[in-house]
Design a protein around this ligand. Structure first.
Ligand code: ATP
Length: 248
């Protein structure tokens, strides 16, 4: 437990009118950790993640991300993190190269850095031959892997991934997780939401949200023991059954 805490959340709450979307959540994430953020539809994951990315203001509670306070330094947080949203963030009518240049510019990289990073990315993703293809012509799995790499262009300390593998086949999901492991092994902290229970097993620690609260938190092994379940699906089902909220 000696690694540096890069996300620290205390009693964080978000209300929309009288509806409490995120209800008093508390947890820490350590540097280089792969932290799975689970919960049924509507549990509050995206709302919590958007607050941690500095995109939405909490109603109450405290949090620091990458060493910056959520209330005082949301802009510094945005510069120090990568975010892959559920909604696709690449420009479909631009080519692979144009997207990399565009996002590199937004992140403030120099032309030389953009060139270096894009060479690295194209080699890692084996996308060299598609560099001048429109993003919309690429298969979904490649677009997702590219979105991830674009979110990592500015070498952020933490990357937030909101259901990054939704809708792709198991082999492509496995390849995506290889990218996640590589990033974590270089010291990047990965905060990831998923609906796939096999992916929950790949995380160092997992938090499970029910109706806006964090109801369970631990390594997959600890949680399986705590809930006497043979896999993470069994843990999840026991908790999800208690949920009163569903966004379908
Ligand atoms: P999913 O897996 O479906 O993405 P989630 O766990 O990410 O679900 P959120 O998107 O965070 O859940 O939503 C949590 C709850 O807050 C839902 O009931 C949702 O309808 C509600 N909610 C989210 N954003 C708003 C908003 N801007 N105004 C009012 N209610 C909202």
């Amino acid at each position: 437990m000696s690694a540096e805490k890069v996300i620290s959340v205390k009693e964080l709450t978000k209300r929309f009118g009288d509806f409490t979307a995120v209800d008093n959540i508390t947890f820490d994430v350590k540097q280089g950790e792969i932290f799975g953020f689970l919960g049924a539809n509507g549990a509050g994951k995206t709302t919590a993640m958007r607050m941690l990315c500095g995109l939405s203001f909490p109603t109450s509670g405290e949090a620091s991300v990458a060493g910056f306070d959520l209330y005082k330094n949301a802009d510094a947080i945005k510069r120090n993190i990568g975010y892959m949203s559920q909604k696709f963030s690449l420009y479909e009518d631009l080519t692979v190269r144009e997207n990399i240049r565009f996002y590199g510019g937004i992140y403030g990289l120099t032309d030389r850095e953009i060139k270096e990073k894009s060479d690295e990315m194209l080699t890692q993703l084996k996308l060299g031959e598609q560099v001048n293809s429109l993003v919309k012509s690429l298969p979904l799995g490649w677009r997702q892997k590219m979105s991830f790499s674009v979110a990592m262009l500015h070498s952020p300390k933490i990357v937030f991934l909101d259901e990054p593998t939704g809708g792709v086949d198991p082999i492509t999901r496995r390849e995506f997780w290889t990218l996640i492991y590589e990033a974590a092994s270089r010291g990047t902290t990965v905060f990831v939401t998923t609906h796939y229970m096999d992916e929950a097993e790949y995380c160092d620690r997992v938090s499970i949200m029910v109706d806006g609260r964090v109801d369970a938190l631990g390594s997959p092994t600890e949680l399986k023991e705590q809930f006497s379940a043979k896999d993470m699906g069994g843990v999840f089902l026991q908790l999800a059954r208690k949920a009163t909220r569903s966004d379908g």
